[in-house]
Design a protein around this ligand. Structure first.
Ligand code: GLY
Ligand code: MN
Ligand code: MN
Length: 541
């Protein structure tokens, strides 16, 4: 019966969406509910978790930056508005009406005037009906609820970046929600050990007493990099090597120092959500695959349309036009379009060269479709034909990529593709005379090859072994900026080839394979006509 009711609800929502002509393929309320249930099952008894939505950021005067939801918050709720907080309890709670519940969503309040300017808000009723929360309230109710956080053994939160503005128009924006939580919970950033301190404490704990002098010397070098270590009493005592400490003393002191002095915990949520988010459900794969295929079509259309007298900005615009045509709301990260030497800047974002000329153009762009983002790079010669040197470098990157993709196999270490790529690139650079030996330290390939994609372009994960239904980039590159210590003929060549690979039981599946990758296939595609060839705008000069 309940099943039928859910189906009916879904049907009504779909009919509503069709009538309103808005997308009908968002993740379902059940998807998000299921994510919350999985997270709850990992929480120890008598614990509570809080996840805050993103805030609105001001650009200037009365113009705001385009709002984007916090990925963890979206994953757990499906709510696409700012100024909200999700509270998940490990155990059932009972309210004054005797109703039991184990989660509450506090949303931004409905407000006729605000909605007239910036659009509809879901409000409490919408959160109940569309997102499936039995308990939903306004943000101000969270502030007024004076929840007792001290009674829980663990209060799981994410690290606060404290970069929310306090808008005087809204009494329950993220700034206010976080502030009220901090007051109620006794939050103080100093109660958390920084990762650096944790690292040093662990080193002390695990190093035998006979090695105390050596470890002390090592720690002393850290003190100059990390001032926060300098006034730590436990570390200071350890460094006084004339102070008699037994192995047992050290162990006990380190345990004491590592012991949390609070019920607040900032590690549980990021680590468990990373584990959950690193493998994708079928519903997520559908959206992610769509984002990747849209981005691949963007590359194809751009290859056909490319002309040497185009600007980097125009090339960016053509990709993004294709994204929008398919209904992708955003780009997953600032688009990178770099011609020639600009292609050697890894995350180049200015995209303001007015003419790409006869250079290679590195195009690293990703459509974001209903929250899920692709990350696809193609590097093409603006005039449609690779020069000898461009092809030499390109083929080397391609070879490294192919060898790397072959390692995207369940059970393989996720660092393997990078290792394979480095070896091939070093051997190739040596053969071309760009480096003097295969072991030479160089900066021509300064980044790794493999990261998860999903709700974030650099999606969280544990980065251990490949597992079924992970989607991971494979992106080797070679960048030879002007002035490099090699033959000038290679200067200003920057090549990256990046594909999004799904790990399956049957081996790697390249989701971005539609966009040509070999030099031959790229040249063939670039020789094709484009509908944009005749898209001429009047001169404004
Ligand atoms: N587009 C950013 C990256 O490739 O990681
Ligand atoms: Mn990438
Ligand atoms: Mn990329």
């Amino acid at each position: 019966m309940k099943f039928k009711f859910t189906l009916l609800g879904l049907l009504l929502l779909t009919i509503n969406s069709v009538l309103a002509q808005i997308p009908t393929d968002y993740l379902s309320a059940d998807f998000h509910k299921n994510r919350r249930e999985i997270l709850r099952a990992k929480m120890p008894a008598n614990s509570v978790a809080l996840v805050f939505a993103n805030s609105i950021r001001n650009r200037a005067n009365d113009v705001e930056y385009v709002f984007h939801q916090d990925p963890n918050f979206y994953y757990l709720t499906g709510y696409r508005e700012p100024n909200a907080v999700l509270v998940i309890f490990s155990d059932n709670q009972t309210n004054e009406k005797g109703e039991t519940y184990n989660e509450v969503l506090y949303v931004q309040e409905k407000n006729q005037r605000a909605e007239m300017w910036t659009g509809k808000r879901l409000g409490i009723e919408g959160a109940k009906k569309e997102l499936g929360f039995s308990q939903a309230f306004n943000g101000i109710d969270f502030i007024n609820s004076k929840m007792d956080f001290k009674k829980f053994d663990n209060v799981f939160i994410e690290k606060f970046n404290d970069d929310h503005r306090n808008s005087n128009k809204d009494k329950a924006d993220v700034f206010d929600l976080v502030k009220s939580f901090k007051m109620a919970s006794g939050y103080n950033p100093d109660i958390f050990l920084s990762p650096t301190k944790k690292y040093v404490y662990n080193l002390i704990k695990t190093t035998p007493i006979e090695k105390r002098v050596e470890l002390s010397a090592k720690i002393k070098t850290y003190l100059s990099y990390y001032p926060e270590l300098q006034d730590d009493k436990f570390i200071a005592d350890y460094l006084k090597t004339d102070m008699a400490l037994s192995s047992k003393d050290i162990q006990e002191n380190a345990m004491l120092a590592l012991q949390p002095k609070t019920n607040l915990d900032i590690d549980f949520l990021p680590s468990n959500l990373a584990t959950m988010r690193e493998t994708k459900t079928p519903a997520e794969l559908k959206l992610l695959t769509k984002a990747v295929r849209i981005s691949a079509v963007g590359q194809i259309e751009m290859m056909k349309a490319m002309k040497p007298d185009m600007s980097e900005t125009e090339i960016q615009g053509i990709h993004e036009f294709v994204y929008k045509k398919y209904g992708a709301e955003y780009e997953g990260y600032p688009s990178i379009v770099g011609a020639g030497n600009n292609g050697c800047i890894l995350h180049y974002m200015e995209n303001n060269k007015t003419k790409v000329d006869n250079d290679l153009v590195l195009m690293d762009l990703g459509a974001e479709y209903h929250g899920y983002t692709a990350d696809v790079t193609r590097t093409v010669p603006a005039n449609g034909k690779f020069s000898k040197e461009q092809k030499e470098i390109y083929d080397l990157v391609y070879k490294a990529q192919e060898a790397g993709i072959a390692e995207y196999v369940i059970g393989n270490s996720m660092s393997k593709p990078n290792q394979v790529a480095i070896k091939i690139i070093n051997e190739g650079l040596f053969k071309l005379g760009i480096i003097k030996s295969v072991d030479e330290k160089h900066n021509y390939f300064p980044h790794g090859t493999s990261h998860h994609i999903g709700l974030d372009v650099h999606d969280p994960g544990n980065y251990n072994m490949f597992e079924e239904n992970m989607v991971v980039t494979m992106e080797p590159g070679i960048y030879i900026p002007e002035g490099s210590k090699c033959d000038k003929k290679y200067w200003s060549i920057g090549v990256r080839i990046e594909d999004d690979i799904l790990i399956t039981k049957n081996g790697p599946k390249n989701l971005s394979e539609e966009a040509p990758r070999t030099t031959e296939a790229i040249e063939k595609m670039m020789a094709k006509k484009s509908v944009l060839d005749n898209f001429l705008l009047p001169s404004l000069d």
